[in-house]
Each structure stands twice: as C-alpha cells, then as structure tokens.
Design a protein around this ligand. Structure first.
Ligand SMILES: [Zn+2]
Length: 134
C-alpha cells in the first residue's frame, strides 16, 4: 500500500468518482497521516480517497445505487463535493449527501413524506426529520 507515508501532493492510485475508473490522483488533504481527499489527475475532480473501486453495481451510477440502501455503494457514487451538515430545518432530496453529527456521512435514499427522509449511514438506514422550519 505505502499510503502510511502519503503527504499532501503525493501521487496516489485511487478510484475516481467522476471518471468511474482507477486513476492517478494527487493527495489533497490528510487525516491521521492517511490520505483523506485526493484530486484526480485526469478530470481534476476532488473527492474522498478510495483505494478500491466500488462494487460493480454502484459503478453503474448514482441512480442505480439508489435502488439499494447499501451505504458503501451509495458513498461510492455520492457527490462528496456537496456535503451539507444535517439539520432538520432543511429540505433534502434523494441522492443528497449529508453529514450528521452522530451518524456521520449519509446519503438520502428517499423522501418518505415532506417531513421525513430515509438516510443510509454506515450504521444502517435511519429515518430523519426534515423541512421542520415552519
Ligand atoms: Zn477523474
């Protein structure tokens, strides 16, 4: 692996969420000496470091991934450049990526009703309140 020695600016092989291929990347940010975010040398997209390609079903695209509630598959195709911190006041739609202070990163799987969303987290699928501003 050799990733323990990664530095910001180091070249690294990662799955690219945009190209949907294994590509050469450059380490952009580190977390505990591990690559956290990387920039694709091909498309210049910045996303989380993924040493392995997602499962083949996820590679088919975000829409296909939304058929499942599997967190790994969803995160593999999630738009991590647009993560929003979760608050019950906001409105969300399927495919949105949120950052929950307890559960961490999650992907909105579906809108159950105007005030509830189903979100897939690493821990499992949770029902969260949304749109509670009025
Ligand atoms: Zn790319």
């Amino acid at each position: 692996m050799g990733s323990a020695l990664a530095k910001v600016g180091s070249p690294i092989r990662s799955w690219c969420t945009r190209c949907r291929e294994m590509r050469d990347h450059t380490v952009t940010t580190l977390e505990e000496k591990q690559p956290r975010r990387v920039t694709c040398d091909t498309c210049q997209g910045t996303h989380l470091y993924r040493p392995q390609p997602p499962k083949s079903r996820a590679a088919a695209g975000r829409k296909a991934a939304l058929q499942t509630t599997g967190w790994d598959d969803l995160m593999a195709v999630a738009d991590l450049d647009h993560v929003r911190n979760y608050t019950m006041r906001l409105e969300y739609t399927a495919g949105d990526v949120i950052n929950h202070k307890v559960f961490g990163l999650g992907v909105v799987v579906r809108e159950v009703d105007p005030l509830k969303i189903q979100v897939s987290f690493q821990d499992g699928v949770k029902l969260l309140a949304c749109n509670r501003d009025r």
